[in-house]
Design a protein around this ligand. Structure first.
Ligand code: FES
Ligand code: MG
Length: 571
């Protein structure tokens, strides 16, 4: 602790009335006096909630962190923040990501904390906590909650990506409601988050590749006792990080972000990765743009054979060697010297790792798929960008021209998608408007529109689908997402009409509607002004301040950091 005064000493180290107040009420929890004598105070930022089933085991995980903190001579204090469960929250958990980040930022800064352990699991709980912590920038380590064990249904392995398959099967009469009920129990048979490479797993991998967690963090299943061991070790490590004053800004360099982007490509991570990493970069002051995510040019193939791009599950990834084995394979591409929360270069995290199953983690020389990562599209339909995940898409639709079938908003889509009179065929391009950050609001995961029933019955399994919304990381298909600017701010997507020809060309990274600039401008003049759904509260604040998807959909006023200093003393 080489002479540096602990931040918490401004509370617990005080004399007189102030010190009395800061310590006395804490002592009502049965804390002995010596805990306040110059020990690093470690906040455990907990997103436990029974409404966030993916994180419902986190109080137990927090106990393991506490054991580690005590062992290393620190003083742990657990505190709650708003928790975002992907499955229950309406209209979408994404609406509240920025709100949680504010909760986290202010909770850390306002309290006597020297370091923080972030307990993250379900999709949005990871980026919101990291974003908030970045804006304070004290020593911070992430412990992820781990994925569920692989689901088992009628003798086969299942995970969240099967929800989309089951839904199609039910809509086309191949699966009954009763079978659906059995399957839902079979899929979620243990604690933890989605067991495929959806957004939660992607966020856990991002965390490990950025160097924000100890090695192995991303893939240990939630139910595996080694998850608790990792939590314990992380509790020990954060105390030393405080002593070394190893802050988030020391770990989150541009090179660390590059490592995360390359690793995300190799594992077939979620498209949501882009939005969240952009937002994190904005908080820590790293200048990242959407173009930095175009990994196609960088020669990174898909190494992990995981759903939704491949076959296997997070449990398989762990047994095959986890993210250290993936990163070892990527060694030639990575920035080896970036410092992680361990205080050591990231290459030390993986250099002694081994791959135990080449079916699950392929080699760079014999990759699972050459198509990897994310392609950033530009064109008159998406001047600031749109994204597609080629590994989860259909090769024959990668260069495709088709007639637009337009849905003005989510209600219009739900009302008409299965209408037998819908004028749609296998070459059509589905366009869904007003599901962007401002338009919905909150940019929900509805971009992977269902295949119209009448096409499903003819055996059509994929269509080009375009929207200003997002897609669940567990989803798949030839789905163009995050069209920016969105319809609600007058983006070109707003003026697309039924029958317009749209050309998607993933090879040349373009997305065009075959209309002249003059026609586009004429139609834009006819657009009705955007009508916000509410004029008060958080949703109003959100619609006023949210930035476009290509910037990370953060609030403009939250960009950057205010540091760890408090404005004024209390009492
Ligand atoms: Fe929580 Fe998928 S619903 S991770
Ligand atoms: Mg999700």
């Amino acid at each position: 602790m080489a002479g540096k005064k602990l931040r918490s000493a401004e509370w617990f180290g005080r004399t007189g009335k102030d010190g009395f107040i800061y310590r006395s009420w804490m002592k009502n929890q049965g804390i002995p006096a010596h805990e306040f004598k110059g020990k690093p105070v470690i906040g455990i930022c907990n997103t436990w909630s029974e409404l966030t089933p993916c994180n419902a085991h986190f109080r137990e995980l927090a106990e393991s962190v506490k054991h580690g903190v005590y062992e290393a001579g620190g003083f742990p204090v657990e505190f709650p923040v708003m928790s975002l469960g992907e499955t229950l929250i309406k209209p979408t958990a994404m609406l509240y990501r920025n709100l949680v980040s504010m909760d986290v930022e202010e909770s850390i800064r306002a309290n006597p904390l020297d370091g923080v352990v972030l307990l993250c699991g379900c999709d949005k709980t990871t980026p919101s906590l990291i974003m908030g912590a970045c804006s304070v920038n004290i020593p911070t380590i992430v412990v992820s909650g781990g994925a569920m064990l692989t689901g088992k249904y009628q003798g086969r392995d299942i995970g969240t990506s099967d929800v989309w398959r089951f839904s199609d099967a039910q809509r086309s009469g191949r699966m009954s409601e009763q079978e659906m009920n059995v399957a839902e129990a079979c899929m979620s048979r243990s604690r933890g988050h989605c067991a495929v490479m959806g957004t939660a797993s992607t966020m856990a991998v991002m965390t490990e590749a950025l160097g924000l967690s100890l090695p192995e963090n991303a893939a240990i299943p939630a139910a595996d006792s080694r998850r608790k061991v990792l939590a314990h070790l992380s509790g020990m490590r954060i105390v030393d990080m405080v002593r070394d004053d190893l802050k988030l800004s020391d770990v989150l360099t541009l090179k660390a972000f590059e490592n995360a982007i390359l690793t995300n490509a190799a594992i077939g991570g979620s498209t949501n990765f882009i939005i969240h990493l952009l937002a994190i970069a904005g908080r820590i002051g790293i200048n990242l743009t959407i173009d930095d995510f175009d990994t196609a040019a960088k020669g990174i193939p898909l190494l992990a054979n995981l759903q939704p791009s491949g076959k296997y599950f997070m449990e398989d990834l762990y047994y095959a060697g986890g993210i250290p084995a993936v990163m070892k394979e990527l060694d030639a591409f990575l920035n080896r010297e970036t410092i992680t929360v361990s205080g050591k270069p990231i290459s030390e995290n993986y250099q002694n790792s081994e791959c135990f199953n080449r079916e699950v983690i392929a080699t760079v020389n014999e990759p699972f798929n050459l198509a990897a990562g994310i392609t950033v599209l530009k064109g008159n339909l998406c001047a600031y960008g749109a994204v597609i995940k080629p590994s989860a898409a259909n090769a024959i639709l990668m260069q495709h021209t088709g007639k637009a079938v337009v849905f003005e908003n989510i209600e219009d889509y739900k009302a008409r998608i299965d209408d037998p009179l819908l004028d749609v065929d296998a070459d059509s391009v589905l366009v869904l408007k007003n599901v962007g950050p401002k338009g919905y609001p909150g940019m929900p995961e509805v971009g992977n529109m269902a295949i119209p029933k009448k096409l499903l019955e003819k055996g059509v399994t994929d269509l080009v689908r375009i929207s200003d919304g997002r897609m669940s990381g567990t989803g798949f298909g030839t789905v163009v997402l995050h069209v920016s600017p969105e319809a609600a701010v007058g983006g070109t997507i707003a003026i697309v009409q039924d029958g317009d020809l749209i050309t998607l060309d993933v090879l040349n990274k373009t997305l065009h509607v075959e209309l002249s600039d003059v026609e586009i401008d004429e139609r834009k003049k006819q657009l009705e002004p955007f009508n916000a759904l509410t004029n008060r509260g958080y949703t109003w604040l959100y619609q006023q301040n949210v930035e476009q998807a290509h910037l990370g959909a953060d609030f403009g006023f939250l960009k950057g950091a205010s540091g760890s200093g408090v404005l004024r003393d209390s009492h």
